[in-house]
Design a protein around this ligand. Structure first.
Ligand code: IVH
Length: 692
């Protein structure tokens, strides 16, 4: 789980790395959008630290390793006590090593730890004078921060007045919950602004913005309580003596929000093992939390241990951040796909330049709906912030607008349902196919009626929609029991088109089993697989009697596909029965049923004794002569009736290439490999007995 270190090879690369890190930190602390995601930034800083360890005499003064982290914003309000950062560990081993070094420093094993979520927001100090919130200051460079008191009223969890009139400073994190972030982006884009890339940037931008036409809420979680110069001496002494966990109870009693109100309250642990167990618990809860966390903060709980350990200039020695893997990365949005769900909802999905987030390669992320795409002004080619936590489906948070090049393209919304071609109901934010749940039926019937399946002329998608909408067909078999009166009752259906359609439907009943099987749309059985299955088993009864082992006898069906085909056919049993009852043919002409499982292979895969027996045949270019009217699928069927096997690519195994007019590279390849070539006419003569 250790974050790898960026490799820095020489002084020039080191200087560049420092410059990149300083820029990124400046943008981060100023509330802008960092050009680096957190993970990349961490790796860069670790690389810088590694190089500095080797070249201590060449450390640059502005290196991010040497000073109070990130301090880039000029602040004008001095902090009474420096607001420090935290050192990081990335694994249980690193934590154990750190805990051992702390034990050496304090002279004993630490046996009281406070383990808290590390909230992913911005550190602020809230000063209360006699119980009233008087000033709110950002961390700034750690010694002085910016006065952001104007934002106080918009921060939930940070009360105007405490429950007691005490003077104290509460320190903690300001963030936006996921819901607050979504709301903020809605309001912001509604005012013509660019959306924030993530909740952290949104909180930073909102906290510092002074004159905005709107306000959006944020949330505060306290994680520190300390005295101010005018704090009453007794209270100051008490605050100095209390364990951190007790300070947190006191903060909550005063009315300040803390993580005690969440699913990941701070807990006291008595050993390193208990700490690590709690780390795992918090990590497991992370994906479900309504706010972002980027790690776990582990603190020596007792004031005495903290005093003995002391602090460095950058971070205390008594606390550490156990960083969790980044859940956000910046990548590019390449395409948008539109998928139709079971209920007809048409949902956009982003295709991403693959990016690794927490060990998984992410290539897709949900985009909620068209309105959301418009609101966020997303474009193809945009750099986008992608969020993935736990098993939750990755989502695109927002475009990183300042990384735009100008070459980004608008996202085109579909005008017709991408599955069945019907109209789209766009009256709601979530678009829906006008066919709703019937969309699937329309699509599957249109497919079944297609040229390579039952080839029912006159039954295009529009007609199918009409039939479905009129309630005349609820499945494929219903097509075969349609009556003349029913069809005449439909709009734009005259006598001639009705009769033509009925003739075409009736003719479809005689289609070979391979096409009926294909029309059923069993997953994993397209045209050629349906033909192989039909030729192997010869009848639908044989297919239905086949178990997974028998199914695997068919070439191209392995251990994975066989059970799913068998199961899907079992599900389709009522429909198949209905088709049989309607008089649909369920046999494959020319095929003989297989011998029992275990007998010699290949007995029925192809027509024994045909002129193409055992041959792999590739067809390319335009067909002419007797083959002119045949679709490519029909030519392939012909090859198989004549005992051969069709393939779409030429290889050493190919026995014959039928090359028509405009045959290109396949013909050239056949010539290179010395494979037998035939013209469409020669081929037609060869298989003349099998032409129907
Ligand atoms: S304690 C002297 N506790 O993490 C101790 N910090 O990377 C300093 N943070 O600057 C802070 N959750 O902004 C502490 N439970 C928590 C925290 C927390 C988030 C932030 C804080 C800090 C940064 C260090």
């Amino acid at each position: 789980m250790t974050t790898p270190v960026a490799q820095i090879v020489d002084a020039a690369a080191y200087a560049q790395a420092v410059e990149d890190a300083v820029k990124a930190a400046a943008a981060y602390y100023a509330g802008g959008t960092s050009p680096l995601d957190d993970d990349t930034y961490d790796r860069l800083v670790r690389g810088i630290a590694a190089w500095e360890a080797e070249h201590p005499d060449q450390v640059l003064p502005d290196s991010p390793t040497g000073k109070v982290a990130g301090g880039a914003v000029e602040g004008d309000v001095p902090h009474t006590v420096a607001m420090l950062s935290l050192d990081n560990v990335f694994s249980a081993d690193e934590f154990t090593t750190w805990a051992a070094s702390l034990a050496r420093r304090v002279g004993h094993e630490v046996d009281q730890w406070s383990v808290e979520a590390k909230l992913d927001g911005l550190a602020v100090a809230a000063r209360y004078t006699r119980g009233r919130l008087t000033r709110l200051i950002t961390r700034g460079d750690g010694t002085a921060g910016e006065d952001v008191s104007h934002a106080a009223g918009t921060i939930e969890g940070l009360p105007e007045t405490l429950s007691e009139p005490v003077s104290v400073e509460v320190r903690g994190e300001v963030l936006m919950t996921t819901a607050q972030f979504e709301h903020a982006n809605e309001v912001r884009t509604g005012h013509g602004g660019q959306p924030f890339a993530n909740p952290r940037n949104a909180a930073a931008g909102t906290l510092r913005a002074k004159e905005r036409a709107y306000t959006v809420p944020m949330t505060f979680f306290g994680y520190g309580l300390l005295p101010l110069p005018d704090t009453d001496t007794a209270l100051a002494a008490r605050l100095g003596d209390l364990a951190h966990s007790d300070l947190m109870v006191l903060a909550a009693d005063l009315g300040v929000n803390t993580t005690a109100s969440t699913a990941v309250p701070g807990r006291v642990a008595r050993s390193s093992e208990q700490v690590l167990a709690r780390v795992q618990e918090i990590a497991a809860l992370r994906a479900q939390l309504p706010f972002g966390i980027d790690g776990i903060v582990i603190k020596a709980d007792l004031a005495a241990d903290q005093h003995t350990a002391g602090s460095g200039s950058r971070a205390p020695r008594w606390a550490i951040a156990y960083k969790l893997p980044a859940v956000e990365k910046i990548t590019r949005l390449l395409e948008v796909e539109w998928n139709v769900g079971r209920t007809g909802i048409i949902a956009p999905r982003g295709v991403l330049e693959p990016v690794e987030i927490d060990g998984a390669t992410i290539t897709y992320a949900t985009l909620h709906n068209p309105a959301d795409i418009t609101r966020r002004d997303l474009r193809l080619g945009d750099h986008v912030m992608v969020h993935r936590a736990g098993d939750v489906i990755p989502r695109i948070e927002a475009p990183v607008a300042h990384l735009r090049t100008g070459a980004e393209q608008p996202i085109v919304f579909p005008e017709a349902c991408p599955r069945c071609g019907s109209g789209i109901d766009t009256s709601q934010e979530r678009w829906r196919c006008e066919q709703g749940r019937n969309c699937h039926l329309v699509a599957s019937l249109s497919y079944a009626a297609g040229r390579d399946q039952l080839d029912i002329e006159g039954l295009g998608a529009t007609r199918v929609v009409q039939l479905v909408e009129a309630g005349l067909v609820a499945d494929l078999a219903d097509l075969f029991t349609l009556t003349r009166e029913q069809l005449l009752g439909l709009e734009r259906m005259g006598e001639t088109s009705t009769d033509n359609l009925l003739t075409a439907i009736s003719a479809a009943k005689a289609q070979p089993l391979s096409r009926v099987l294909c029309a059923l749309g069993v997953r994993g059985t397209g045209r050629s697989m349906s033909r192989r299955i039909a030729r192997w088993f010869a009848t639908m009864d044989n297919i239905r009697a086949a178990d997974a082992t028998a199914m695997q006898q068919v070439e191209g069906i392995g251990t994975e596909k066989a059970p799913s085909i068998v199961a899907e056919l079992a599900e389709l049993a009522p429909l198949i029965d209905k088709l049989v009852a309607a008089g649909v043919n369920m046999t494959e002409p020319g095929a003989t049923p297989p011998s029992p499982v275990g007998a010699d292979e290949g007995s029925a895969a192809t027509a024994e004794g045909g002129p193409l027996t055992g041959m792999i045949v590739v067809v390319t270019g335009a067909m002419s002569g007797p083959l002119e009217k045949l679709s490519r699928n029909q030519v392939n069927e012909l090859i198989e009736r004549a005992g051969g096997r069709s393939s779409s690519s030429v290889s050493k195994k190919t026995a014959l290439v039928v090359a028509g007019e405009n045959a290109g590279s396949k013909r050239a390849k056949a010539e290179d490999l010395g494979i037998r070539l035939a013209t469409p006419d020669e081929f037609a003569t060869l298989v003349a007995d099998y032409l129907v």
